[in-house]
Design a protein around this ligand. Structure first.
Ligand code: SF4
Length: 917
């Protein structure tokens, strides 16, 4: 057992502030005293930005235990709370807040002792990194220096240490195989384990899932299955059984697409039952594939380490380099880089280390053969199973680099999100932020810019010097791109001094939006106005901007032609790597050309008659009244039309599955609508449908309480209700809001009071912690509660004790946006009309939120909606048999305090509106 580190320690929560001297004692103190102490000497603390937030003093620095953890145990998981740190280090949990400073000293002692231990697995690279961190005055450097011995041999530098990926031949097309149902059942039995209880719903689901792997009979007519699978039927193994069989027999790749990272992690775990971690040749049969902006770009990291970053961001870069040496796959967003690491450094450091702007130089990059992104793309091309997200699957189907890499057998899990993902993937968005990204990609570094950004000319220097026409095209594109917005464009718009035709257009867009918006959307947040009856100046500015865009697109097109010519008639100096780089450039050129063409089309329609297939509007994005983007938007009225064309048509088999695929009104599941929404009718396909109901005992394990005596908009009453519900259930509450402003107001009123009762409260958009980490904290502490908005409604998977009660602030009506209005109007002449359109959205949201509550057979809990007027027609959102009771807050508190199941007596049938009735 190591000794506590004798340094002063500070802990601040909503309940108070505690200081501990190097050798004790711990005492409560005022916030002012804590701030003074921190200014005098570096204090041990945990999550400095959070402590600063609690003390109301933004410039707090100290010896942050999380930074030390990231250094000592890179790529290891730790919930960033005192309790989580104690668990990660095998120490006793602190009994209360006053116990935390001593824990910090013990944790620091344990981490320092690890650095001295021979058994320290992550020793390699630590000494060298520490020397760099000492030069950057990292507060821990002096503390650690005496405890990390200098290695006898020079340590391998990260860029030497990482393994190289191997070039592999293209995979042959899959064999046509037919899998028998008996084989699927056998495989399912193997995956679930012989001892597993036999689940009839899962067996049928698995057989149905197998149908999408049958050989296709006609071109552009894939097998399509829509399968509704209630929570708990085991759908993941249900589809992995036929998928793994098919992949093995055919030699092809199955893509499973999810909406949340959570499900991706679960899939990675469960797929281990069907596939080994590696094949005999070492390659992975299962690969998680994400968009390139998720991965560490080694070239950006190298630049950051060599002076591209200064001060605190440079410290972050060194900690990221430590992580990169031990990371499984270099995934920075939701992978094994702790989600909290970036937020400790407050700036956008993490994003700057990824390849956000598509500036990759491919084979021109010195780290190309070690690049995490390239490795993952190559591994995916050879994999049996690729786990990806909806957006990436759609993008790959639309513009995958090669035909072989395009998904053809696809399972869309969390299928109720496919519509939204298609909506954003197939939209056209011309905003200042998007346009400036394009400028950077073409022009490269301009004055005052830091970093390694390279423009088109630098990326294609060798081609330009070899091929005159190509060189001229690059020059022309760079010159034309100066028409795009540049740094400082938002300030210039606000001052009425735009520069160039696109900024002129955006200034008009901004002025018109402010003049016309009367949406009543949340004050201080985004505003918008439709593209109708637009002022002449705006239409004129759009014409000029469209010409400027065409002037950029045309040399890019010419350049694409030249690159093709160079590849066809390759010069001697063009080796494999050079060819790969030109291929890469051609690919990224193609999608920029498409992007600009879509912008031109969007502008070309302004002022003309509206196209009934699209919804166009102008928008100013704001956060707390601070503007951050301005632009024009074009969405498909039905985004499943391009989805059908791009994704379905080229697929051989495709399945959408979810617990909430269909709407359910009083008459039962609405399959006709689910089919219409799947996109299949656009190809005149009639998908197969299947349904497996949840085996959970909702009647006895859950209760819906509709609290009728809290008036809408009465924030003090709502805050009081949240606080009392959290107290009644002893924490374990997930609070869901439809507006950030109301959530903040409620949080501000109740966080201190709850903390004093030992019930920590966390909130999205308030605590300086990313959403994934907030969920980890919530999951880890049964007394914690979490408030949040949309992202938590179906991104949270917290089985067991930690989630006992979900509270919704009101009926989740859709936001009355222009896009919503257009789709609602389009639904007006369908059965049920516009109201049914809204009802479906609300029921889907209620069903998703309810789905957070019961994640396993043993879960039980309450679902509370604060609504004095909850329409009965929405109650069918809850699973059949779930008791629904309209109550006052007092009654709700009593029921929540008693709990559901076991301790609580049965609900009298006449008191409950049972869903089975
Ligand atoms: S190949 Fe591209 S993404 Fe990979 S490290 Fe190099 S520049 Fe970054």
């Amino acid at each position: 057992m190591s000794e506590p580190l004798p340094l002063p320690a500070l802990h601040a929560s909503h309940a108070g502030t505690w200081l501990r001297d190097p050798n004790g004692p711990t005492r409560g103190c005022s916030k002012g005293e804590a701030v003074m102490a921190a200014a005098d000497t570096p204090l041990l603390m945990m999550n400095a930005p959070l402590v600063a937030n609690r003390l109301g003093y933004p410039d707090l620095n100290g010896l942050d235990l999380l930074e030390l953890f990231a250094f000592v145990h890179p790529a290891e998981f730790c919930v960033p709370t005192p309790k989580g740190l104690a668990h990660a280090l095998g120490l006793d949990e602190p009994a209360d807040d006053a116990d935390v400073p001593l824990l910090l000293q013990k944790a620091a002692g344990a981490l320092v002792a690890t650095c001295e231990s021979e058994a320290w697995e992550q020793r390699e690279g630590a000494w060298s990194t520490l020397q760099s961190l000492a030069r950057l005055r990292w507060p821990w450097a002096g503390v650690l220096a005496p405890h990390i011995r200098r290695p006898e041999k020079a340590e391998k530098w990260l860029f030497t240490k990482l393994p190289e990926w191997e070039e592999t031949p293209e995979r042959a097309q899959p064999q046509q195989v037919l899998i028998e149902e008996a084989e699927i059942e056998g495989q399912l039995a193997r995956l679930t384990g012989e001892g597993a209880e036999r689940r009839e719903g899962q067996r049928l689901f698995s057989r149905d899932a197998g149908s999408i792997f049958a050989p296709r009979d006609r071109q552009k007519r894939p097998h399509v299955l829509l399968a509704q699978a209630g929570t708990g039927i085991g759908k993941t193994l249900g589809y992995l059984a036929p998928a793994s069989l098919w992949a093995k027999l055919s030699g092809g790749t199955v893509w499973v697409s999810t909406y949340t990272k959570n499900l991706q992690r679960q899939l990675r775990r469960e797929s281990a039952r069907a596939w080994p971690a590696a094949r005999p040749d070492g390659s992975p049969p299962v690969v998680v594939r994400k968009g390139r902006e998720n991965y560490l770009c080694l070239l950006n990291l190298e630049d950051a380490l060599q002076g591209g970053f200064a001060g605190r961001p440079a410290i972050l870069a060194h900690l990221v380099a430590r992580w990169a040496a031990y990371s499984q796959d270099g995934d920075m967003i939701g992978g094994d880089l702790p989600g909290w690491l970036g937020t400790l450094f407050r700036k956008r450091g993490i994003a700057a280390l990824t390849d956000q702007r598509g500036e990759c130089v491919y084979a021109g990059c010195p780290h190309y053969r070690k690049c995490f992104i390239e490795r993952s793309a190559r591994a995916a091309a050879q994999a049996d199973l690729v786990i990806a997200n909806h957006a990436l699957v759609m993008v790959n189907a639309a513009r995958g680099r090669d035909q072989g890499g395009r998904p053809t057998r696809i399972v869309f899990d969390e299928g109720h999100h496919v519509f939204d993902a298609a909506d954003s993937t197939f939209s056209a968005v011309l905003t200042g932020q998007e346009a400036i990204e394009l400028r950077r990609w073409i022009v490269g570094p301009e004055k005052n810019s830091r970093g390694r950004r390279r423009g088109l000319a630098a990326r294609l220097a060798d081609v330009a010097s070899y091929d005159d026409a190509g060189g001229e095209a690059v020059e022309a594109a760079v010159e034309a791109a100066h028409a795009l917005p540049s740094e400082g464009w938002l300030a210039r718009l606000a001052e009425g001094a735009p520069l160039g035709p696109v900024e002129e257009l955006l200034a008009q867009v901004r002025a018109t939006t402010f003049a016309r918006d009367e949406s009543g959307l949340e004050a201080g947040y985004g505003i918008e106005t439709e593209c109708a009856q637009l002022p002449g100046e705006l239409v004129e500015a759009a014409g000029t901007a469209a010409q400027a865009l065409a002037a950029i697109r045309s040399p890019l097109l010419k350049l694409a032609g030249r690159l093709e010519a160079v590849l066809e008639d390759a010069p001697d100096w063009l080796d494999g790597q050079g060819r790969a780089r030109i291929e890469g450039a051609r690919h990224s050129l193609a999608w920029r050309i498409d992007l600009i063409a879509a912008w031109e089309a969007l502008l070309g329609r302004l002022g003309g008659p509206a196209d009934p297939e699209f919804v166009d509007w102008l928008q100013v994005d704001r956060n707390d009244a601070r503007e951050f983007d301005v632009g024009l938007y074009r969405h498909w009225l039905d985004p499943m039309k391009p989805f059908a064309k791009v994704v379905m048509e080229s697929a051989h088999g495709l399945m959408m599955t979810s617990a909430t695929l269909t709407d359910r009104d009083e008459s039962g599941p609405d399959w006709a609508h689910a089919i219409a929404k799947s996109g299949a009718p656009h190809l005149e396909l009639n998908p197969k449908t299947a349904q497996a109901d949840s085996p959970f005992d909702y009647a006895n394990r859950a209760e819906v309480l509709i609290v009728t005596d809290i008036r809408k908009g009465d924030i003090p009453a709502m805050a009081g209700a949240y606080a009392r519900l959290i107290e009644a259930s002893g924490g374990g509450v997930l609070g869901l809001f439809t507006a950030i402003r109301r959530m903040r107001a409620v949080y501000g009123r109740i966080a201190d009071r709850l903390a004093r009762a030992g019930l920590p409260l966390y909130a999205q958009h308030v605590d300086p912690i990313d959403t994934g980490t907030l969920t980890d904290i919530f999951r880890d502490d049964p007394r914690a509660s979490l408030l949040g908005t949309d992202a938590l409604r179906d991104g949270v998977d917290v089985p067991g004790e930690s989630l006992r009660c979900v509270v919704m602030e009101s009926v989740p009506w859709p936001r009355p946006t222009i896009l919503h209005r257009a789709r609602r109007a389009a639904a007006a002449d369908q059965e049920g009309g516009a109201q049914r359109y809204d009802d479906r959205i609300i029921r889907a949201r209620l069903a998703q939120a309810f789905g957070r509550l019961i994640r396993s057979r043993d879960d039980a809990g309450h679902f509370v909606v604060l609504s004095s007027a909850f329409p009965s027609r929405l109650l069918s959102a809850f699973p059949e048999g779930t008791p629904v009771i309209r109550v006052t807050l007092e009654e709700a508190l009593q029921r929540v305090a008693k709990g559901v199941g076991g301790t609580q007596e049965r609900v009298e049938p006449d008191a409950a509106e049972s869903q089975s009735s």
